[in-house]
Write a protein that binds this ligand. Sequence first.
Ligand SMILES: [Zn+2]
Ligand SMILES: [Zn+2]
Length: 208
Amino acid sequence: MKVINVNGVFYDSNAYLLDAKRKTLVDAGIDGSRVLKSLPEDLELIILTHCHYDHIAAVPEIVKATGAKVAMHEADVPFIKSSKINCARMFGSDSPELKVDMVLKDGDEIDLGDVKLRVIHTPGHTPGSICLYEPVSKAMFTGDTVFEEGGFGRTDIGGNPEHMLSSLATLTRFEVVTLYPGHGNIVAENAPEALRTSLKSARFMLMI
Ligand SMILES: [Zn+2]
Ligand SMILES: [Zn+2]
C-alpha cells in the first residue's frame, strides 16, 4: 500500500494519503488549501484518528472540493461541536463545520477496495481516539496515541492516563512494520520497539 504524507508543518498534523482503490486520507490537518494541492479529485474517504482541531480543521474545505465522506469513532463525534474539547479555542478558532458520515467502532473493518483497514479503539488522548491497522503491509496509523522515539499522546486535554496505558499495551500485541504517527516522522525501522518504548515511557511518566 502506497502512503504519502501530504501535510505536517508546525502544529499542523500529518495527513496520510492512502493510494488504494478508494483513495483515502487519514487525518486532514488544518490548512485545507495546502493539503488539497496534493490530493486526487477522486478522494473518497477521510478517516479522522480523533476530534482535535489540528487533525480535522481542513475537513470542510477538502469535502467541498472532493465530496469525500468522513469517518470518526463514535466516542469523539460529540466533541466536533465543542471548541473547548476539540481544542479549536486553543488555536483561536471556532469548531470546523463538519458532518460524520461513517461512525466507527472498535474492530470495524474499512474496505478500501484492495486494502482493508482495521479500527483499533485506543482511548487515552481523547475518548474516541483510534489507530488503524493494515495487516498485509503491517502498517499502523497511530494519530496522537504513539509518536516516534517512545512518544505518546498527552492525556491532559480531555484524555485519561489509565486508558492511555491500556491502549498502548493493546498496540504492542500487533505485528507492525511501519508506524505512521499524527505528528513527526514515520517510524520505518524497529516499529515494534517504538511501540514498546512508548508503553514503557508512559508507565514511567504517568506513574500508574
Ligand atoms: Zn495532534
Ligand atoms: Zn490530538
